[in-house]
Structure formats: structure tokens, C-alpha cells
Design a binder for this molecule. Structure first.
Ligand code: FNR
Length: 188
């Protein structure tokens, strides 16, 4: 089977990140048509246009842009910082969008999962993330939406997703995401 390569972008650098735990659960519940790789976004210097204008981007930018260009789709798993997207996630989007005319995100399918220990499921982050994706031409899965609230209560001490209803819903989300990736791939 020709599996589709999906990059996972986790918007937290925290050692015991809940978002990363959910990302791992998403991989384990995904249909086998998809294969995943976690893409490191924590080593990208803050975007500075001078790097590209001078023709001397950091090595980490070049590696990241090549990795993203090689993917068939993107899964973003993000916490919420101050009702928005953590800077590390936005920075990764910006790095992949430049130099001008070389947006490596364009035309590929994406999905968003937002995660919070609070009660609002990081709704603010989820929707703020959608805004740049319109411009970047990341073709986002619209339904089902995936907002995970009270995440600490859904994981065991090893960080495994043990809450059955969340597992069921996450599986439904991953099934829909897999179909979405197929639809977009076949339309190119
Ligand atoms: C937070 N947190 C948070 N949570 C939330 O639901 N809405 C919010 O607006 C914020 N704001 C916020 C700002 C900053 C700077 C920090 C550090 C944290 C709490 C956040 O959800 C919590 O730290 C999660 O554990 C972060 O996700 P990871 O690291 O577990 O994946």
C-alpha cells in the first residue's frame, strides 16, 4: 500500500506535554493508510526575513522546509496560550511560508486537534490557527472538529489516552482525516 506521509506538528515543547500525548494517541488510532513522522519545530530560530533576503537561511530552516515539502499532509496538535496559538507553532508556519513564492504548505491537506487541561478545549488556539492556514492554502478538514478539554483527566500516569469516549471520537476524527487526505491527493 502506498501510504501517505503525514507530518505531526506539536505546539508545545514541554517534556510532559499533554498535546504530545494526544498526538501519539492520534497516531495509534489512525487508519493504516497514513504513516506519521513528528516534525521538530522547537529548534527553528524566530523568523527573520534577513536570513532569506541575504540568501543565508539557518540550516534548521532548510531542513524543515525540505521535510515539509516531502509530506503529503499535516496534523497540527496544539495547546492554547493566552487564547491563541503558542508562538512556536506560528513561527513554524512562518518559516515554511518563505522565502516569498516558496510556501511549502500550499495545496496540502491538514487537520487540527486542540488540547487543554481547562474546560474550553483550546477553542481560541484552534480557530486562530485556521486564520493563517487560509492564506497558506493548507486545505483543512472542517468536520469533525476536535477540541479536547480536561485532558489531564483523560490520560493515565504514562500519558496514554485511556478515556473511552475520547478514544472513540479521536478515531472518528482520524478516519475522517485519512479520507480527506485521500480526496485531496486524488484531486492533484
Ligand atoms: C497556558 N494555558 C492555557 N490554557 C488554556 O486552555 N487557555 C489559555 O489561554 C492558556 N494560556 C496559557 C498561557 C501560557 C503562556 C501557558 C504556559 C499556559 C495552560 C496550558 O493549557 C497548559 O500549560 C497545557 O499543559 C499546555 O499544553 P501542553 O504543554 O501540556 O501540551
Amino acid at each position: 500500500m502506498n501510504k501517505k506521509k503525514i507530518g505531526i506538528f506539536v505546539g508545545s515543547l514541554r517534556r510532559d506535554s499533554y498535546s504530545r500525548s494526544i498526538a501519539k494517541a492520534a497516531v495509534s488510532l489512525s487508519p493504516e493508510e497514513l504513516e506519521f513522522r513528528f516534525i521538530d519545530i522547537g529548534n527553528l530560530p524566530l523568523y527573520n526575513q534577513d536570513f532569506d533576503d541575504d540568501g543565508q537561511p539557518p540550516e534548521s530552516y532548510e531542513k524543515f522546509r525540505n521535510e515539509v515539502a516531502d509530506l503529503d499532509g499535516f496534523l497540527f496538535v496544539t495547546p492554547e496560550y493566552n487564547r491563541s496559538v503558542p508562538a512556536v507553532m506560528k513561527n513554524a508556519l512562518d518559516v515554511g511560508s518563505r522565502p516569498y513564492g516558496h510556501n511549502v504548505w500550499s495545496g496540502k491537506p491538514g487537520g487540527i486537534i486542540s488540547v487543554s487541561p481547562g474546560g474550553l478545549g483550546a477553542f481560541g488556539a484552534n480557530h486562530h490557527l485556521r486564520q493563517p492556514m487560509v492564506f497558506l492554502n493548507i486545505l483543512l478538514l472542517q468536520q469533525p472538529e476536535m477540541y479536547i478539554s480536561k485532558v489531564a483527566s483523560l490520560l493515565n500516569e504514562k500519558g496514554e489516552l485511556v478515556d473511552e469516549s475520547t478514544r472513540t471520537y479521536l478515531k472518528k476524527f482520524m478516519d475522517a482525516f485519512s479520507k480527506w487526505v485521500k480526496v485531496i491527493s486524488e484531486s492533484h
